[in-house]
Design a protein around this ligand. Structure first.
Ligand code: SF4
Length: 292
């Protein structure tokens, strides 16, 4: 099977290789600060799904320089994607957010801005800011949907209903932005058919890209407590790959696949431990995709 990867897309759109710089806008999350909930999604680590991000206390331009330095060995490129990853990056004072995003957008080394957020944090003021930003640099918006099934959404304490996602996508589609949606493969009690249905729904909603993420059990999370009480099983590499390929077959051929698994930080990874061997995992998955 041939898939359209993020590298293919970047080459097609930008004509060059780009690397991501993980930046930190200093946002919190409404699912943690009490606005929507206090405990967060059950799989989310203390760093708000941004375990590799930069220091929020530093100006964005300094974060950019430090990140460039950090990845210089592996990043053989001239320009970068400014990736605001930790927590919910459109949740906060809009003027402060504007300052941070614009600082990245006007940096000559930045080719695109990538903002990870929740569908319930895309009010009119945020959409206006995204529109302003997109006039300066290409903008990618990443939405953490994870599942379309309400029983699982409740179990993982996502804190919003599917209709909120639908509305956010409709609003974003009016802007010239590249929309990427995250889904998790391996959420407790979901069948492979239910996971494939989530992939299909994301594809049918007309977004441009998808990130497939293996469910990781990380230390200090509610999910870790459930796992220690044997309340669910994690997937084997073979099971994960099998479901992943089913999901890939269900989505549009023009969808950009931005991620095929993801890796949790080894220092806090409890399960599945096979995912800690990134090279072996990617080799296996890529081979199965090729042969499918
Ligand atoms: S929305 Fe994101 S940052 Fe907030 S609790 Fe869930 S995974 Fe963590």
């Amino acid at each position: 099977m041939k898939i359209y990867t993020a590298n293919d897309y970047i080459k097609d759109v930008f004509g060059e290789k780009l690397y991501k710089l993980s930046l930190n806008a200093g946002c919190t999350c409404p699912n943690r600060d009490g606005t929507v909930g206090t405990n967060g999604c059950i799989f989310c680590s203390a760093k708000g799904s941004g375990d590799f991000g930069a220091d929020a206390a530093e100006p964005v331009s300094i974060q950019i320089e430090k990140e460039k330095e950090r990845i210089k060995e592996k990043a053989n490129c001239k320009r970068y994607i400014a990736y605001f990853q930790s927590f919910t990056n459109t949740y906060g004072n809009i003027d402060i957010l504007r300052g941070k995003f614009m600082e990245a957008a006007y940096n000559p080394d930045i080719a695109a801005i990538d903002i990870a957020t929740r569908p319930d944090c895309l009010g009119d003021d945020v959409l206006k800011l995204i529109s302003e930003l997109s006039a300066i640099k290409p903008v990618w918006i990443e939405l953490g949907l994870q599942t379309i099934h309400e029983k699982t959404a409740k179990l993982i304490n996502r804190g919003y209903e599917l209709r909120v996602y639908d509305e956010a996508v409709e609003n974003l589609k009016k802007l010239p932005v590249h929309i990427i949606v995250h889904m998790i493969i391996g959420l407790p009690y979901e069948s492979p058919e239910e996971m494939t249905a989530t992939a299909g729904y994301i594809s049918d909603s007309g977004v441009h890209g998808i990130k497939f993420q293996l469910l990781h059990v990380l230390k200090g999370t509610k999910l870790a407590e459930m796992y220690s009480e044997d309340m669910f099983d994690v997937l084997s590499l073979e099971e994960y790959t099998d479901i992943l390929i089913k999901c890939m077959k269900r989505i549009r051929k023009d969808m950009v696949i931005h991620r095929i698994t993801g890796d949790g930080p080894k220092s806090i990874l409890i399960a599945p431990l096979w995912s800690g061997d990134k090279k072996r995992t990617l080799n296996y998955i890529n081979k199965q995709i090729e042969n499918s």
